[in-house]
Design a protein around this ligand. Structure first.
Ligand code: DGL
Length: 281
């Protein structure tokens, strides 16, 4: 059924709670078109952004296990919330006994690495889900790399639903875009760089740009995360050799395949998607 399964080499797994990770997948495919990718969206249980640490960890681990089972040697958590709440535990506690020869990477470190060269005031804002903001993962990761940078986070709980419901370009969305930008700049008026720390936000970028003061730089994740994957594969030839190359891409969803196909078009525009339903857990 799954052409990639049970082969010695396998596709790179890309996991997100829903559709947002498709913005990251798109950049992977642009930068690394020779590789095969297998995308898994836990659309039936999205959003993760408001869920507890334990639940996000449990759901993310189930997804990683599924992608391993289907032959992925490497899985990218293309979801900030999952990266913030589950990545460390999976890397440190689960991988050693589950699959010591496989790897799981996230999106926070590559994004954090970018900001040092962008900010002048050393005051960086973070717009993300409540889960990502409350986890403190971004400030911790940024402080490790750039101890002089202050990070101020604001949770944007309405932004993911606006994108998921295809309302991201509507007038109604303006209110919530202005609201969270206002909160962030109210908390730290010296902010000169803002991380869009959620995979859904690139779809709101036009509006965010419109309501953000023009001197503020926006840091998006797609390119840095794709560059970081490319660099990882270059530095790890043994893993690189285990990633299959055929330029293919398949999609799995915990929701109905038909629903995924329809909604994914918002994120992928042109592309026909080869999608199947899976059960996790
Ligand atoms: N994809 C998630 C992220 O990047 C947001 C969606 C959700 O809340 O599940 O944080």
């Amino acid at each position: 059924m799954y052409p990639f399964a049970f082969q010695k080499t396998g596709p790179i797994g890309v996991f997100d709670s829903g559709y947002g990770g498709l913005t990251i997948l798109k950049k992977f495919r642009e930068l690394l078109p020779q590789y095969d990718f297998l995308y898994l969206g836990d659309n039936a249980r999205t959003p993760y952004g408001t869920r507890s640490f334990e639940i996000v960890y449990e759901f993310t681990l189930e997804a990683v296990k599924k992608l391993f089972e289907l032959g992925c040697p490497l899985v990218i958590l293309a979801c900030n919330t999952a990266s913030a709440k589950a990545l460390r535990s999976i890397q440190q506690h689960d991988l050693p006994h589950l699959a010591p020869d496989k790897r799981v990477l996230g999106v926070i470190r590559p994004t954090a690495e970018c900001v040092g060269a962008v900010t002048r005031t050393r005051h960086v804002g973070l717009l993300a889900t409540a889960g990502t903001v409350n986890s403190q993962s971004y400030p911790l990761e940024i402080k490790k790399l750039f101890p002089d940078i202050e990070v101020t986070g604001v949770a944007c709980p309405m932004w993911v639903p606006l994108v998921e419901n295809n309302e991201y370009a509507s007038e109604g969305a303006d209110y919530f875009v202005r609201k969270y930008i206002g909160e962030l700049l109210g908390k730290d008026p010296q902010t000169d760089t803002v991380i869009l720390g959620c995979t859904h936000y690139p779809l709101l970028k036009e509006k965010i740009r419109r309501f953000m003061p023009p001197h503020i730089r926006l840091v998006e994740q797609g390119e840095p995360v794709a560059e970081s994957l490319k660099d990882y594969l270059r530095r790890h030839p043994e893993m690189n050799a285990r990633c299959s190359r055929g330029g293919g891409c398949e999609f799995l969803t915990t929701e109905s395949a038909e629903k995924f196909r329809e909604s994914a078009s918002v994120f992928l525009h042109d592309t026909e998607v080869d999608v199947r339903s899976v059960v996790l857990g």
